[in-house]
Unconditional design. Sequence first.
Length: 329
Amino acid sequence: MIEILDRIKNTRILVIGDVMLDRYWWGSVSRISPEAPVPIVQMEKMSLVAGGAANVAANLVGLGARTKLFGIRGEDAEGEMLTTVLTEAGIADHEITAVSGRKTSIKTRIVAHSQHVVRIDSETTAPISDLEAGRVAEKFAAEMQQCDAVVISDYAKGLLVDPLLRSIIEIGASLNKPVLVDPKGRDFTKYRGAAVITPNKREAADAAGLDLGLGYVVAESGKHLAETLDLKALLITEGEDGMTLFERGHAVEKLPSLARKVYDVTGAGDTVIATFAAAVAAGASFVEAARLANAAAGLVVATVGTTRIEASMLNDFLTGDASIHRSHA
């Protein structure tokens, strides 16, 4: 595991998906409003971090991978803020296209005493036009020859239309570049032919048409999706129950959660696919990549807010250092 972590710094990974800003208003509550039965939050500070596909890229940078991010934003003040946040997160190499008439996706979370009080979303989710998709596809395809892996981070915000997805997956297959997808929605057929997808338990159940409450839902949905989508591997994340890896030609691998404490799962899926992709790009087997991703997820959920993994955090964890350092994206 330590050797794999060390080899990540020699990899180059492309990320494409729905980029967004995660804005936090941090405060405290001492009384209930006399106007309505809601808490009054006294705001103490504000922070902005990279969210969505940008958080995937931030995690990859934290692990030491050379990373290039592709996405879209609005022609607005939030879009300018996003550019600044990407630079601060170390994501200097990016192609974030400003699209007229769209809003930059921003999620505002109000947090009091380490608890989410409310989340406010401002975004445009309409699909991009064929012309815009073609431009993004052309820029992305030009970079694929020189990468070790591709990550598609789908948050259903309008960028990843079917023709763009098909183009990326087909080119990846033709170049023998692993394409890994963090999926969204009920229809996973649009990801057919990707090397790996990493849904959570609910997403996998929905995509397989199964009741989430079934005791065997992970086993059945994993088997169904892995076979029907022609995947090399499928990693289902299960929160406090860890994750399960389905790999073509191998036994199912169940990985129990390594989290010591769980304060906030925001962005944990981004950490999982980033770490898994980085490990695969560095030559790890799917099982080794899943184990490393499981460790990374266990670390980031111990911090409130969108938090990226760092190579030093994983190194300390893997070597048994109890004083693990945490870092915000």
